[in-house]
Design a protein around this ligand. Structure first.
Ligand code: DX5
Ligand code: ZN
Length: 221
């Protein structure tokens, strides 16, 4: 089994103190820093872009896991690579040329991820699976933090795990992840858990360590 990774989403951070919020989760035991980029077009909300990410990138040496909810996406891949992304994930629904996007990310020397919205079948990535370093199953409709986990996502996680087989590919789940459902998500085959509100709610850095630990403990099955 692949190592468990906890990836707090800075979408739920206090943006007025973003740098401190990134440092706080790094010190609290996060494995990845999950960066949710939204364009108000592919998803019905706007978050932040590469300049904001770049401003906080140097504050920790954690892996920056960048989830691009933008379309078109190809024109911005270089910006995110330069801003210090380690993993760049594009949505399968973001355009007609997913294979090109994945190849472009790898040619920038970054790990290439592909995300699937709740209505998108796993079969969409069947023919690009060897071009992926990470598969992201969205367990809510992307655009907002704080939504409830869609139970059908567990079926998709199992299908994605079967498609991945023994390949060196992370299986990430994003949306509504809590200490209460982490065990089921990992049992279905995921090894990277994104959590926004479950870690950042209240924005009190003193709570982050316990919250990350609660998810990690629940997921360590
Ligand atoms: C949703 C984002 C998620 C979100 C997770 O569009 O991709 O990363 O911030 O937030 P929670 O954990 O609150 O569902
Ligand atoms: Zn995300």
């Amino acid at each position: 089994t692949r190592p468990l990774r906890i990836a707090p989403s800075i979408l739920s951070a206090d943006f007025a103190r973003l740098g401190a919020e990134v440092q706080a989760i790094a010190e609290a035991g996060a494995d990845y820093v999950h960066v949710d980029v939204m364009d108000g077009h592919f998803v019905p909300n706007i978050s932040f872009g590469a300049p904001v990410m770049k401003a906080v990138r140097g504050l920790t040496d954690k892996i920056f896991d960048v989830h691009l909810m933008i379309a078109p996406v190809d024109p911005y891949l270089t910006d995110f690579a330069k801003a210090g992304a380690d993993i760049i994930t594009v949505h399968a629904e973001a355009g007609p040329h997913l294979h090109r996007s994945l190849q472009a990310i790898r040619s920038l020397g970054r790990k290439a991820g592909v995300a699937l919205n709740p209505a998108t079948p796993v079969s969409v990535i069947q023919h690009v699976i060897d071009d992926c370093d990470l598969v992201l199953i969205m367990s809510v409709n992307p655009g907002f933090g704080g939504q409830s986990f869609i139970p059908e996502s567990l079926t998709k996680i199992r299908q994605a795990k079967a498609l991945i087989g023994g390949r060196d590919i992370d299986l990430e789940v994003d949306g509504g992840v809590t200490a209460d459902n982490a065990a089921a998500i990992v049992a279905a085959g995921a090894n990277v858990l994104v959590a926004g509100s479950a870690i950042y709610a209240g924005n009190d850095p003193k709570t982050y360590g316990n919250r990350i630990r609660a998810i990690r403990d629940a997921a360590s099955i």
